[in-house]
Write a protein that binds this ligand. Structure first.
Ligand code: SF4
Length: 374
């Protein structure tokens, strides 16, 4: 088995009581079957507490019954977990142990990333100045192959190549990010066509790469196109249709919408941010790499290559809208904490609901690539 991770993966360590956030607050925390059975078998005081704290979700999954204030019953006043303190990390349920790590499995690969919903992860990602590398670790002690047949292996190999190429395009710092994004979308579109036609060989990938180079002239033309309030509204409307998870999100997006009142105000606010020293192009490059690495290989299971690429652009572009709003609201000041908080707010709202991510990806099928950019 191969463990595939971004190069900053091992830098993460939960900062626990030093964290400004309580990451499990307000969430339905699933307890996997093995952990539930273990908790039920404990014949001691913490066992009694655990049994009293367990409830059931609508679909029958075991969960911790949250308190009225949305806190887990095992989160103490110092914002530390009593289960971990009293019984050690190995006693935590799967989700509590794994968070903020998320994985996709395909073929012989386990691909893992760290979620931007954790502020420590945001700190690591936005501190990265060099392009993010994807690293493979061989794990011969774990053997599996999830591919059902040779055709599926061929498809997986193709999609892995496409993922690598998409990351390479987005990290090509010889070009402005806007140009890279046009190339990125064109490449993904061509890759989707090749995939649909059942052409999975490396030669086809090389052909796709050649096609991407050809569109460079058009990309240069797009570079100078102004940001559009109409396109912001398209993005905003999609987000407005999502299930709301955080109260903070409602206030933020409504205030942002009011502030971006018309074309002129929107473009002035965006231009002011992009022209300032607070704007760092690399942050949006790192976000693009994050979103593509987190979601792209799910196309092994649903064949939706192009929409995954669009999701990466759409999400990064909306975070830019959020950042420009925050910069202007703060009197043209934008700190690293603002950067981390906006990405965290976005991630908690959108990424932590599978349904929301599905809505966003479905919407991408009806969204013109050019609307994503401006
Ligand atoms: S948000 Fe991240 S750093 Fe903070 S408590 Fe949760 S896992 Fe730890």
């Amino acid at each position: 088995m191969i463990l595939r991770v971004p190069d900053y993966y091992d830098e993460f360590k939960c900062i626990a009581s030093n964290c400004r956030d309580v990451c499990c607050r307000g969430w339905e925390i699933d307890v996997d079957e093995d952990t539930k059975n273990y908790y039920m078998s404990l014949d001691n005081e913490i066992g009694d507490r655990l049994r009293a704290g367990l409830g059931e979700a609508e679909d029958g999954t075991a969960i911790f019954k949250l308190k009225k204030n949305g806190r887990c019953p095992f989160l103490n006043s110092a914002n530390l977990c009593d289960i971990c303190i009293k019984m050690g990390e190995e006693s935590l349920s799967e989700i509590c142990t794994e968070y903020p790590r998320f994985g996709i499995e395909y073929g012989t690969v386990l691909q893992k990333c760290l979620s931007l919903a954790c502020e420590e992860v945001g700190r690591i990602i936005f501190n990265k100045n060099e392009p993010i590398a994807i690293v493979d670790y061989e794990k011969p002690e774990i053997q599996y192959d999830l591919a059902e047949d040779d055709q599926e292996r061929e498809e997986i190999a193709f999609l892995e190549e496409v993922q690598n190429k998409l990351i390479e395009i987005i990290e090509n710092r010889d070009k402005k990010l806007k140009v890279r994004i046009v190339e990125f979308l064109e490449y993904a579109s061509k890759a989707q066509e090749a995939f649909n036609a059942g052409e999975f060989d490396v030669k086809k990938i090389d052909k796709v790469a050649e096609d991407v180079l050809k569109i460079d002239t058009e990309a240069k033309l797009w570079k100078d196109k102004k940001a559009s309030f109409e396109n912001f509204k398209i993005r905003y409307d999609i987000f407005n249709s999502l299930e709301t998870i955080n109260e903070e999100w409602i206030t933020f997006k409504e205030d942002m919408y009011k502030a971006y009142s018309d074309e002129e105000v929107y473009t002035n606010m965006l231009d002011a941010f992009v022209a300032s020293d607070s704007f760092r192009e690399n942050d949006y490059e790192n976000l693009m790499v994050y979103f593509i690495f987190r979601y792209f290989m799910n196309s092994v299971y649903d064949n939706n290559v192009f929409s995954k690429a669009k999701v990466a652009v759409y999400c990064s572009r909306f975070i830019l809208d959020m950042d420009a709003y925050t910069f202007n609201k703060n009197g043209e000041i934008y700190t690293n904490v603002n950067r981390i908080d906006n990405a965290k707010l976005f991630s908690k709202e959108v990424e932590h609901s599978e349904e929301n991510m599905e809505v966003v990806e479905d919407e991408m099928n009806f969204t013109d690539s050019k609307d994503l950019l401006m």
